[in-house]
Write a protein that binds this ligand. Structure first.
Ligand code: ADP
Ligand code: MN
Length: 511
């Protein structure tokens, strides 16, 4: 398997040193848990991420269970394919660069198409099933579709040729065969004056297309054959590395699939000298399908901590920033003593944290548990407390707080899902807070907690602001006015108002 997957020698030598089979990188990372909790160090860690924190030589098991023990040879093949795939992509990208360099903006260009590893039709696999008869997508259509004029004939008098002239048509068909995919061997039909009837040509064309689709499907299989369909090969590789490095013992399965993330359960691996891994972990994989994140732009674009970076980043990196943001926010909460998952490690768009729950069973969301009225009241006061801590000590607004993102575990409420959390001085920070307050107030009021403040009272209690409007519309207007005042102040003075002062985060490194 490995030998078969080895790359062919191609044009250009320079990038071949980047072959994934290069010498194993044995650099190991060592840091204490306390270090991991530090945002500063987390950034440094991320800087090092490309320098491979884990050994390169990996062996893994096939199937939904990813474990370090259960090694069989078939998984080597899978891994080889994954590496090959990554290599192929890099190779093609380099090829494209070389092609561009050679051609410049000259009118005649040389195509490296035939040297490519990944077939162009393969790159967008979702369009696999295009009907070959759909002429809009017919890749074999002659460059100049001038074969038959509308009248159905060309020429004059005796020399008229109709579209039914067999000889002319046959030669034309033979010529059109040259437009088949490059790997489809058509032989020298023109040289031997081959005349293909329409029927034969159409049959050949259909065959050529189905062959091509078959090859595209083979590529497709590489992408989706093994283990979890929820994650792409790159993510899988990341997870395997974590298991292989002994950091995780087993990845048992998926806890949740959302639009923006997939969460897995894993048993923690061996603690190293200075790093303790929780016995059970949750792995949050931020989805790299970009569409879903578009509507979340506003959370991050206006967050001054990320503002400077935002414009320079490509979508993939923006997704990594979501994971990074969740890590920072969790760390702040942890430092304030708010019950929440503990960050274990961040790797690109994959965040490993402690698991809230036991024996693979995640703690239920607040919306899914039935609490005694005593517990309900307890949960309410605890939530009020946490919202205040979050605001005052962490300088954060959750921004997606509701019974969906609060777990009930060990007789208390745990806050999760903080990738979208922002600082109160965020241009919409107070609006987000008000929305959080509405969710929380409604939930506990409906839950029968008589003491529960209404959303406006809760807002004032959390923020320490004293907005006096006695109806929702005026209240919201005042909130927006405050936000605007803050923004104007930022415009004029380049820093935030005292009431919304930040804790002066260290600047975030630029990749
Ligand atoms: P999303 O953005 O998809 O809502 P969440 O962070 O809310 O992402 O995670 C989705 C679900 O996964 C949660 O509702 C919860 O059930 C589960 N989950 C997430 N993190 C943990 C954790 N640390 N421990 C246990 N379960 C978790
Ligand atoms: Mn959630």
């Amino acid at each position: 398997g490995l030998a078969a997957a080895a790359p062919d020698a191609g044009p250009g030598p320079a990038w071949q040193s980047k072959c994934p089979w290069g010498a194993p990188n044995t650099t190991s990372i060592s840091c204490s848990l306390a270090d991991v909790m530090s945002e500063q160090l987390a950034k440094e860690l991320q800087l090092e991420e490309e320098n491979a924190a884990f050994p390169e030589v990996v062996a893994v098991a096939e199937g939904p269970f990813i474990t370090g023990e259960n090694i069989d040879t078939s998984s080597d093949l899978m891994l080889a394919q994954m590496l090959q795939m990554e290599f192929d992509r890099e190779y093609d990208a380099q090829l494209r660069r070389e092609e561009k360099k050679i051609n410049g903006d000259s009118k005649v260009s040389i195509s490296f198409e035939n040297y490519r590893k990944v077939h162009p039709y393969d790159s967008d696999s979702s369009e696999d099933e295009v009907d070959w008869q759909d002429t809009r997508h017919d890749p074999y259509r002659a460059d100049k579709p001038t074969t038959t004029p509308r009248r159905g004939f060309i020429g004059k008098g005796k020399d008229i040729t109709t579209k039914h002239d067999e000889v002319v048509c046959g030669r034309k068909n033979t010529a059109r065969m040259e437009n088949f995919a490059p790997e489809f061997q058509v032989g020298d039909g023109i040289g031997m004056d081959l005349k293909l009837s329409n029927q034969v040509f159409n049959a050949l064309k259909q065959h050529a297309y189905s062959e091509e689709r078959r090859s595209a499907r083979l590529h497709e299989k590489k992408e989706h054959s093994t283990a979890e369909k929820a994650v792409d090969p790159k993510t899988r590789l990341l997870l395997y590395k974590m298991v292989n490095a002994g950091m995780l013992e087993t990845i048992t399965g998926c806890i949740s699939t959302g639009k923006e993330s997939v969460v897995f359960h894993a048993y923690g691996g061996n603690a190293t000298e200075d790093k303790v891994i929780p016995p059970e972990c949750a792995i949050k994989v931020f989805k790299t399908t970009l569409n879903e994140f578009k509507n979340r732009d506003k959370y991050i674009k206006d967050d001054y901590r990320f503002k400077d970076r935002f414009s320079k980043l490509n979508p993939r990196k923006i997704i990594r920033m979501w994971a990074e943001k969740e890590m920072h926010n969790l760390t702040r909460m942890q430092n304030a003593g708010i019950p929440c998952p503990e960050v274990v490690i961040l790797k690109k768009h994959v965040l490993v944290m402690s698991f809230i729950g036991k024996d693979q069973i995640p703690a239920p969301k607040l919306k899914d548990v039935t609490l005694s009225s005593e517990d309900m009241t307890k949960a309410y006061y605890q939530t009020l407390n946490m919202m205040q801590q979050l605001y005052k000590e962490c300088n954060l607004v959750h921004a997606d707080l509701s019974e969906y993102n609060m777990l009930w575990h060990d007789g208390k409420v745990w806050l999760i899902d903080v990738s979208q959390s922002v600082e109160p001085t965020h241009p919409h920070g107070l609006e987000f807070l008000f929305r959080d307050c509405r969710n929380v107030a409604q939930f506990f009021q409906k839950g029968g907690v008589a003491e529960a403040l209404n959303e406006r009272e809760l807002f004032n209690a959390v923020s320490g602001l004293n907005i006096t409007a006695d109806n929702e519309v005026d209240f919201q207007a005042e909130i927006e006015a405050l936000e605007k005042m803050n923004e104007d102040h930022v415009q004029n003075h380049g820093k935030k108002l005292a009431t919304f002062s930040s804790d002066g985060d260290p600047p975030i490194y630029d990749e």
